[in-house]
Design a protein around this ligand. Structure first.
Ligand SMILES: NC(=O)c1ccc[n+]([C@@H]2O[C@H](COP(=O)([O-])OP(=O)(O)OC[C@H]3O[C@@H](n4cnc5c(N)ncnc54)[C@H](OP(=O)(O)O)[C@@H]3O)[C@@H](O)[C@H]2O)c1
Length: 286
């Protein structure tokens, strides 16, 4: 299979270069796409648009079933229709609910197992950022809400996934952190602190849940989604100027990394936070 046909799949190169004795699961191919997640089921939270939706599309393209969540039922149903229209064999299920709600988390995990047959992959993608600016003026209820949705809910979802599936069968988890969890911003401080907590939580969980459950995080810089529009309100070109890659991220940039992290090609990676930031932090800036 010529390498050029797989330019969006960096793990393919790693497998291709592996010695024959390497214990990496062989990938199977169906036309242009590796079906390395075939038979697996993934819960992707906050996936009616943006990065979560792109992750769901990536998983479907690689053969998985997906259960996507969000608060608003109609955009969620629209997202499911878009994902089904991609024409992959995997099932697409939806469950409307707030990630901050324990009952919604429990229901999602149970639905994945009862309707999709398993819960091998959990993507804690939901993230909110309602508090901006000087922290001395920050509304503490807003700060509490950020930590509840961005950190506590991620742990809560994993507790549910562990209870219904992963404790017995293992799994792979990816938490959506942010470069704001690695560097101070001066503007989105409460959000950044919550993402820093999520990064530390990722390490603790990796330690406690190995070897059968891997837990990693990704840390994007600005990705063009509804969530981030205020960050490039003065124009994409201006916003992208500090980035070595001279562009902002796309949801697909993040989705391909997440796809790698849940795959067998990342079998020895856990507790890691991988930046997907167009090189921004390499410049020392945020
Ligand atoms: N975009 C960026 O530049 C960027 C950079 C770094 C990190 N991130 C992280 O990446 C993740 C995804 O961000 P995004 O840019 O794709 O956001 P987005 O485009 O705003 O999408 C957010 C998704 O989450 C859902 N959602 C929001 N709050 C929810 C809640 N409390 N419970 C359940 N679902 C909820 C939204 O649907 P409903 O509104 O219907 O609930 C939507 O489907 C977040 O964790 C974010 O912090 C984003």
């Amino acid at each position: 299979m010529p390498r050029s046909r797989h330019k969006n799949y960096p793990f393919y190169r790693a497998v291709e270069a592996s010695p024959a004795s390497c214990a990496v699961t062989p990938l199977t191919f169906d036309g242009m796409t590796e079906k390395d997640l075939q038979g697996k089921s993934a819960l992707v939270t906050g996936a009616s648009r943006g990065i979560g939706k792109a992750i769901a599309a990536e998983f479907l393209a690689r053969g998985a079933n997906v259960l996507i969540t969000a608060r608003k039922p109609e955009p969620l149903a629209d997202a499911a229709a878009d994902l089904k229209a991609l024409g992959h064999v995997g099932k697409v299920l939806t469950l409307a609910g707030n990630s901050g709600d324990a009952a919604a988390r429990s229901e999602a995990a149970e639905l994945a197992v009862s309707e999709l047959g398993s819960l091998d992959i959990l993507i804690n993608n939901t993230g909110i950022n309602p508090v901006y600016g000087f922290l001395m003026d920050a509304d503490l209820d807003g700060v509490r809400k950020i930590f509840d949705v961005n950190v506590v809910a991620a742990l809560g979802y994993l507790q549910e996934a562990y209870r219904v599936w992963m404790k017995e069968h293992g799994g792979a988890v990816v938490n959506l952190a942010s470069v704001a969890g690695l560097r101070s911003s001066g503007v989105i401080g409460a959000y950044g602190a919550s993402k820093a907590a999520l990064i530390r939580l990722t390490e603790e969980l990796a330690w406690q849940l190995g070897p059968n459950i891997r837990v990693n995080a990704v840390a994007p810089a600005v990705v063009k989604t509804k969530f981030a529009t205020a960050l490039y309100a003065e124009g994409e070109e201006k916003a992208a100027a500090p980035y070595p890659m001279k562009r902002l991220g796309t949801p697909e940039d993040v989705a391909s990394l997440v796809g790698f992290l849940v795959s067998d090609a990342a079998a020895w990676i856990t507790g890691e936070t991988v930046r997907v930031d167009g090189g921004l932090l390499a410049t020392g800036g945020l």
